[in-house]
Ligand binder design. Structure first.
Ligand SMILES: [Zn+2]
Length: 158
């Protein structure tokens, strides 16, 4: 996952080497959540179940061995090229201790970051609305008619 430009200064100066050490030295080039191998095309069923060609077995989204899925493999199956990224498990890029980092494939990375992304979207939406309240007044069209401007400032109506 690319690093946002405004977050770049939060990462340690040796992030490239640290990320490589986590992904390839510690994790052996496999996702630490589902065991998918970096750089390989993987056949999967869209729900996390995938074919591990190296170990000749089906695995689930947590890397555990599963039986042959009773599904239409030709219709449900897809190919994906796996790309490992080094993720911050607590979402804090200033905390780059080993136990806070994990080598994750793009699927596991999105699943791990999903709740944090939703939280940030909610925060950004409310932050933008709060700035609008501060500088542009109330939003009666958005159901906030209970906010009444007094002397140029918006305060709660009694
Ligand atoms: Zn994974």
């Amino acid at each position: 996952m690319p690093i946002r430009a405004d977050h770049l200064w939060l990462y340690p100066i040796d992030w490239t080497q640290l990320s490589r050490a986590i992904r390839f030295d510690r994790a052996g080039g496999r996702c630490e959540h589902c065991r998918r191998p970096h750089g390989e095309r993987v056949f999967h069923l869209g729900d996390g179940v995938w074919w591990d060609r190296r170990d000749v077995r089906w695995r689930d989204g947590r890397g555990r061995r599963v039986r042959l899925p009773r599904r239409d493999l030709l219709n449900d199956g897809r190919w994906t090229r796996v790309v490992l990224a080094c993720a911050h498990l607590n979402h804090d890029p200033t905390d780059s201790m080993g136990q806070n980092l994990a080598a994750l494939c793009q699927r596991c990375h999105m699943l791990h970051d999903g709740p944090e992304h939703r939280r940030r979207r909610w925060l950004n939406r409310h932050y933008a609305r709060a700035l609008g309240d501060l500088f542009n007044g109330p939003y009666p069209k958005l159901g906030a008619e209970w906010i009444v401007p007094i002397g140029g400032l918006s305060l709660l109506a009694a």
